[in-house]
Design a protein around this ligand. Structure first.
Ligand code: PEP
Ligand code: MG
Length: 862
């Protein structure tokens, strides 16, 4: 039999696995001597066992009783004592914060006999005592026995807006009837029974629908379980010298130094978090207490070496700390705070790098609204989670979840039941609550745009009114989570400041966010072992990628050079016109010259043409219809007739598995040769112009070394015929599983490998990369077959294993083999870490992802 219960004084902040975040941090604060109400934590292991066996672990309740007795001795009050009842809060608290997703029950230990005692010990405040009792029956009923909340709400509404002690006593009777109707039993008067039932209910809330959904969204493992914190109640609703609040040691939106918080006088904790009443700042707290609070917050920052958020209550002029943790923050605040903490000497640059993520940088690179062309805002609320979002108004979460296009979820306030709608919506707008309201906290966690507390909005079930205007469901609205502004209609967007900084249009000087980013990027580049190249097909893209910090082009998809006007040249080629290649040669040469000039001095990996040729011809249906029409009119279909015959001739059932990549080079005479010549001649021309071109030739879709050997022999003879060209390396993509498995042989003919993880994922899973996302991925994600699309984040177990095999076998043959990746995964933060660990030399990604990959490459190395 294990130990299932830890007194707060027994734990510490590093025991999150066992005690959950909340329990570990309560223990830490208790150790620091801060004013934490006495209590204990039931471990996550107890929860896991309960969920597994569906019964309380043996010995747990006895342990709980033991700790409760110790607590009673310390406080000098007794659980269930009718004259002066000790009341308890029972709160969930998992390893990872899941705000509002699981259950909390307050005021456990109150019963018919205890109400008078509680009132007597609260200065004769009967109203307070009855109000606590009715809150208990309601929370307990809902949480332990699933009594519908609406039935309690109906009784509460009946009691009128500001019920006195007598009405509250009647309300308690009404609540007890509701409880009896739904459960077939009386509300339990035995206080220990209340406690044990509450603990079981909190355990079960780990598997509530919304908690399961949240975990999936946040990728929190499903089997961790929650700890349960049992703590002596303190009351923020005992009059004007009481209150409750939430605070951050720095502003979680901007990172600005100095405490930031929301306070509600004469209120209980949930009132702040639910955002049902609008709060005031910390300045409203009486100075001596505020001083105590601020000094505690400073100590917490020093202890955690990071921004902390806290929940506190003031009971009759005495401050109590109810919770702390390292606080969530916006992406901008994450960078600013990390740099501040380095300046303050609290953390090192390496630690600062660990505290920001590529995802956060990606969010900062999103565009925002262009204020200069925006109409006057409808209203301004609290900027709770940055970004610019526009969409059709929906007033309820189900409609948001069912919507086809982009929507903005508009609510007075949100609660955990709104989670599916919040996930589906582009942005969230509420009329109540501050930066710590449910809407704000959850939106920030998801990186979703949110404006909350827009008090001027009158939100009803099917419309909103503001300043004499009415908007209805389906009307378009735009919200700016950085400024808090709300606009009717769609507002034009402008590029992010961070992008403009990377473009060289803005300097970081004097700007806290840009300076923080600059500093951390320099450090990331300094630490990174992985290089970052870009996928770029034009000189313009290559130049941008270079400004963004790319140190080469890892993939130039040459087929993109054959679109537009040049498409007919490929058509002519397919139709057997030998002159087509001669016409293409100078065009390609110019393309490459420009590209090599933009990347002068850095490697440019040019991939020979890859896609099936039918992509350059009109679709079969279109041609068939055109020819049929001409024939019906008695006209000559002309070129269409010839094209139709060609399309039929090259038609394939599975073109992505057909004549493409290296197979084209082996089947279509002269095509690869023309490209190789253009590369060599362009490089020679750049050398003649005083440049330093560094092209490489890459062969796609190779599955057997023989394919590569044939192409290589031809290419080498062409290169030899352009003696003024610099040395040009020849390598291959690894994107067919067989290539990965036979990498030892393939490395014999390749000077470099580049993983084409798009095709490698497609062929390893057997998922069509063009069709699959719409067809069944939603269902697969829902079933937990994978937590994220394998086309987005590399499947480390399957596709990743092929990568590891190819690296090992390739380098065994040729130790100096250069290895990179140029599939979409090259710019995905989680995948960058994988490629670092797998020992690759570089990742290559789209220009906009280059800064993200640089940051992640640095992070992977510290
Ligand atoms: C790949 O398959 O990962 C790749 C980079 O090539 P493409 O996306 O052009 O098929
Ligand atoms: Mg490919």
């Amino acid at each position: 039999m294990g130990k299932y219960v830890y007194d707060f004084i027994e734990g510490n902040k590093d025991l999150k696995d066992l005690l959950g975040g909340k329990g570990a941090n309560l223990a830490e604060m208790t150790r620091m001597g801060l004013p934490v109400p006495p209590g204990f934590t039931i471990t996550t292991e107890a929860c896991q066992e309960y969920l597994h066996t569906r019964s309380m672990p043996a010995g747990l309740l006895a342990e709980v009783e033991h700790h409760l007795r110790q607590m009673q001795t310390r406080i000098g009050r007794t659980f269930g004592d009718p004259k002066d009842p000790l009341l308890l809060s029972v709160r969930s608290g998992a390893k990872f914060s899941m705000p509002g997703m699981m259950e909390t029950i307050l005021d456990i230990g109150l019963n018919d006999a205890g109400v008078a005692g509680l009132a007597a010990r609260s200065g004769g405040d009967e109203r307070f005592a009855w109000d606590s009792y009715r809150r208990l029956i309601q929370m307990f009923g809902r949480t332990v026995f699933d009594v519908p909340g609406e039935d309690f709400d109906a009784a509460l509404a009946h009691a009128g807006p500001d019920p006195g002690a007598e009405q509250l006593r009647e309300l308690v009777d009404a609540y007890k009837k509701v409880f009896h109707t739904h459960t077939g039993r009386e509300f339990p008067q035995a206080v220990h029974e209340q406690l044990f039932l509450a603990i079981g209910a909190v355990f079960r809330s780990w598997n509530s629908e919304r908690a399961v959904l949240y975990r999936r969204q946040e990728r929190i493992p499903p089997d961790l379980g929650t700890a349960v914190n049992v703590m002596a109640m303190v009351f923020g609703n005992r009059g004007d010298d009481s209150g409750t609040g939430v605070a951050f040691t720095r502003d979680p939106a901007t990172g600005r130094r100095g405490a930031y918080g929301d306070y509600l006088r004469n209120a209980q904790g949930e009132d702040v978090v639910a955002g049902v009443r609008n709060t005031v700042g910390l300045d409203a707290i009486e100075p001596a207490l505020r001083g105590e609070l601020l000094s505690i917050m400073e100590r917490l920052e020093q202890r955690y070496r990071d921004l902390c958020d806290i929940e506190f209550t003031i009971e009759n002029g005495k401050l109590w700390m109810l919770q702390t943790r390292v606080g969530k923050r916006t992406p901008a605040a994450a960078f600013v705070i990390a740099a501040q903490l380095v300046d303050e000497g609290t953390i090192t640059l390496d630690e600062a790098l660990r505290r920001v993520t590529g995802e956060q940088l990606a969010q900062l690179m999103f565009p925002s609204f262009d204020e200069s062309t925006a109409p006057p805002p409808l209203t301004t609320g609290v900027p709770a989670s940055p970004g610019a979002a526009a969409g059709a108004i929906v007033f309820d979460s189900a409609a948001a979840a069912a919507a086809k296009g982009p929507v903005i979820l508009v609510r007075r306030e949100t609660n955990p039941d709104d989670l599916p709608g919040m996930i589906a919506a582009q942005g969230i707008l509420t009329s109540r609550g501050g930066k710590t309201s449910h809407a704000a906290v959850v939106a920030r966690g998801m990186g979703k745009t949110c404006v909350c507390g827009a008090e001027e909005l009158r939100i009803e079930s099917d419309k909103l009114t503001v300043g004499g205007r009415t908007l209805r469901a389906g009307d378009i609205i735009s919200i700016d989570g950085t400024t808090g502004r709300v606009y009717a209609g769609t507002v034009p967007v402008r590029p992010s400041r961070v992008v403009r900084y990377f473009e060289g249009e803005l300097t970081a000087h004097g700007d806290p966010l840009l300076s923080a980013i600059e500093r951390l990027m320099i450090h990331a580049d300094h630490r990174a072992r992985l290089g970052v190249h870009a996928n770029a097909d034009t000189a313009g893209d290559a130049a941008r990628a270079r400004r963004f910090g790319a140190t080469g082009v890892g993939l130039c998809r040459t087929e993109h050079m054959f679109l537009g006007d040049r498409r007919v040249l490929i058509e002519r080629l397919i139709l057997g016109d030998d002159d087509a290649l001669a016409t293409l040669l100078p065009l390609q040469r110019t393309d490459f010259e420009k590209l090599f000039a933009a990347m002068d001095g850095l490697p440019v990996t040019v991939r020979l043409i890859d896609p099936p040729l039918h992509e350059f011809l009109p679709p079969l249906e279109e041609l068939t219809a055109r020819v049929a029409r001409a024939t019906a009119l008695g006209e000559d279909p002309g070129r269409d007739g010839v094209l139709l015959a060609a399309v039929r001739r090259i038609h394939e059932q599975n073109p992505m598995l057909g004549l493409r990549g290296v197979r084209l080079g082996l089947v279509v005479p002269g095509l690869f040769a023309m490209q190789v010549r253009a590369i060599a001649e362009a490089a020679a021309a750049r050398v003649a112009a005083g440049g330093d071109p560094r092209p490489e030739i890459m062969v796609p879709l190779v599955g057997a070394v023989q394919e590569l050997e044939i192409v290589r022999a031809e290419a080498e003879s062409i290169l030899a015929s352009v003696p003024s060209a610099p040395p040009i390396r020849i390598g291959t993509m690894i994107e067919v599983p067989r290539a990965a498995l036979t990498a030892a042989q393939i490395a014999g003919a390749a000077e470099f490998f580049s993983f084409g993880t798009n095709d490698l994922t497609q062929m390893t899973w057997g998922f069509s990369r063009d069709d699959v996302e719409g067809a069944f991925f939603g269902r697969y994600l829902g079933l937990g077959i994978f937590a994220v699309s394998p086309f987005e984040t590399l499947d480390a177990d399957g596709v990743g294993e092929l990568v590891r095999i190819a690296v090992e076998r390739g380098r065994a043959t040729r130790p100096e083999l250069t290895i990179g990746v140029c599939g979409e995964h090259g710019g995905d933060p989680a995948s960058v870490r994988f490629f670092h660990d797998a020992g690759l030399d570089y990742v290559s990604c789209s220009p906009f992802r280059v800064p993200i990959a640089r940051l992640e490459a640095g992070r992977a190395a510290v």
